[in-house]
Design a protein around this ligand. Structure first.
Ligand SMILES: *C/C=C(C)/C=C/C=C(C)/C=C/C1=C(C)CCCC1(C)C
Length: 241
């Protein structure tokens, strides 16, 4: 093999019109940059907040690694990297549940709140995977079950026990909890929309395949980096100075 051929086999060509590929590349870089930002900021926080900011960094770091693979996968096959996508989510979404728990601990949150959220998010993601990758012919049914789990998570944090804890914590914690609730209600709602865009015979004829990845990539950037910045901001505001 000549050197040129070696390079070609390691890097796939992306067409200048490959907008989906573009969002994979930008997403990858954004996750890397956000991770560096969260990790390098750690020493400025006292122990109470350090764990929360560390988890923000872990979320974007895990995503950065998966985006690195998804980017290549897309470039090589021009196909949705559904498997890597869901591996990423099954790791990062429970960590986002952990963030809710960590900030509500000051108000006495118990671990059963954490386990309940993790359980619901795992149900949401496993059924979503079944509908997207294993039984695409019954995508509507699996999508519906996944949607129910998502809806219960939304209720839990908006009006359930988590919201009561946030109210009793008050101040900065309450304000941050409110913003995170909006992320889950609006930012997370992009995912079921993406799922519908990716389901054959629904909207694929309208926007073409790959639009599901654009939706997921935009949603990930908003939800992982934005969510992390809310936690970072809470930690900054709560510093004793
Ligand atoms: C960082 C990744 C995040 C925050 C991923 C969140 C994913 C969801 C909220 C996915 C939800 C889905 C439904 C509510 C129904 C259709 C299937 C899913 C899995 C796309």
């Amino acid at each position: 093999m000549t050197n040129l051929m070696l390079i070609q086999s390691a890097i796939s060509k992306l067409l200048p019109t490959d907008y989906v590929g573009f969002t994979f590349f930008v997403g990858c870089m954004a996750m890397m940059a956000a991770s560096a930002f969260f990790f390098l900021s750690l020493s400025q926080f006292d122990k109470k907040w350090r764990t929360s900011v560390l988890v923000s960094g872990l979320i974007t770091f895990i995503a950065a690694v998966h985006y690195y693979y998804m980017r290549d996968y897309w470039a090589a096959f021009q196909e949705s990297p559904t498997f890597f996508r869901y591996v990423d989510w099954i790791l990062t979404v429970p960590l986002m549940c952990l963030e809710f728990y960590l900030i509500l601990k000051v108000a006495g949150a118990k671990t059963n709140l954490l386990w309940r959220m993790i359980f619901l998010s795992v149900v949401m993601l496993v059924t979503g995977y079944l509908g997207e990758a294993v039984f695409p012919e019954s995508a509507a049914l699996w999508g519906f079950i996944s949607g129910v789990a998502y809806f219960i998570i939304v209720l839990d944090i908006w009006v359930g026990p988590a919201s009561k804890l946030a109210k009793s914590a008050g101040g900065n914690v309450l304000a941050a909890h409110k913003i995170l609730c909006w992320f889950v209600l609006v930012g997370w709602a992009i995912y079921p929309l993406g799922y519908m865009l990716g389901t054959d015979g629904w909207y694929t004829s309208l926007l073409g395949s790959g639009s599901v990845d654009v939706a997921y990539n935009i949603a990930d950037a908003i939800n992982k980096i934005g969510f992390g910045l809310v936690i970072y901001n809470l930690a900054v505001k709560s510093q004793p100075n």
